[in-house]
Design a protein around this ligand. Structure first.
Ligand code: R5P
Length: 289
């Protein structure tokens, strides 16, 4: 069995190889002068179970995943498992307006063509797993995020909207603290409204947990609301830290005390490793691990 890390997920692949005691396959990759991608798997993977690890964000990493899948298939791998730490495009999971694509489905269809199974982490909505025509599974980063937050003397965990309530409930059990949620309305891609709500956070250390931080708008508004209510320290934690545009500046200006993300998308805020959440599910799914 071999693990192959795409350029977006090298660290996760290395961590998985250690967690599972499985070799990391050697690859070489480069970009041609016109920016097209080239990859070659050096090890002989014929007849082997192969796990490809690659986040599908930003866009060039999607093409890289397709090329890796094809390389592994052409090399005669026995079974191909695709681990997608962050499944980009998952938020366009329906036609919100006539004429739009179901982007999550489009991607899932293509990935399924050369995959015996797919594992992803905290997909925006669990039902997107049904878009894959191969077996698809998810795992949660919440236990690992909660373990990190437990060291920060958190008094309360908050979900920025009701949809994320289950996540904070689970985290609160591990941290052994209270939980609550805020009421968010999305106006458009970059504008959201957090309804004022009575929150008992005076002098408390509060952590807001979400699946994604993209523009930082959701978290910034939530931090402002918490500070208004007298929160002492506000931590923001997410599984997938995209930090688009001036997201970090927005969080800092709102008074955020610490930004925490996993390494599904690698950044300087990737303080929590995701491999320990993925390894057990691979162990269960692949006989040869
Ligand atoms: C939305 O439902 C997600 O769970 C996140 O709250 C959202 O993607 C965060 O986006 P942003 O950082 O742009 O507010």
């Amino acid at each position: 069995m071999y693990i192959i890390g795409g350029t977006a997920s090298k660290t996760v692949a290395e961590d998985l190889s250690k967690e599972l005691g499985v070799s990391l396959a050697d690859t070489i990759s480069k970009r041609f002068p016109d920016d097209e991608f080239y990859v070659r798997v050096i090890d002989n993977i014929s007849g082997e179970d192969v796990v490809i690890v690659q986040t599908t964000y930003p866009d060039p990493n999607i093409v890289e995943l397709f090329l890796l899948q094809n390389a592994v298939e052409e090399a005669g791998a026995k079974e191909i498992s695709v681990v997608i730490p962050y499944f980009g495009y998952a938020r366009q999971d329906t036609k919100f307006k006539e004429g739009e694509p179901i982007s999550a489905k489009a991607l899932a269809n293509l990935i399924s063509l050369s995959a015996d199974r797919v594992v992803t982490v905290d997909p925006h909505k669990e039902y997107i797993l049904d878009f894959f025509s191969t077996s698809a599974y998810s795992c949660s980063a919440v236990p690992e995020l909660a373990k990190y937050l437990k060291q920060k003397n958190i008094d309360m965990v908050l979900a920025p909207d009701k949809g994320a309530l289950e996540r904070v409930k689970q985290a609160s059990k591990i941290i052994e603290c209270d939980f609550d949620y805020m009421e968010k309305t999305r106006i458009d891609g970059s504008t959201i409204e957090i309804k004022p709500k009575k929150l008992n956070v005076e002098n408390k250390n509060v952590a807001i947990i979400d699946d994604i931080i993209s523009t930082g708008g959701t978290m910034a508004k939530s931090i402002q609301e918490l500070k208004k209510h007298g929160a002492k320290n506000v931590f923001v934690a997410c599984t997938h830290g995209l930090f688009a545009g001036d997201a970090v500046k927005k969080l800092d200006s709102a008074g955020c005390n610490e930004i925490i993300s996993t390494d599904t998308v690698q950044s300087k805020f990737s303080k929590v490793k995701i491999a320990p959440s993925i390894a057990p599910i691979l162990k269960e799914l692949i006989g040869s691990v």
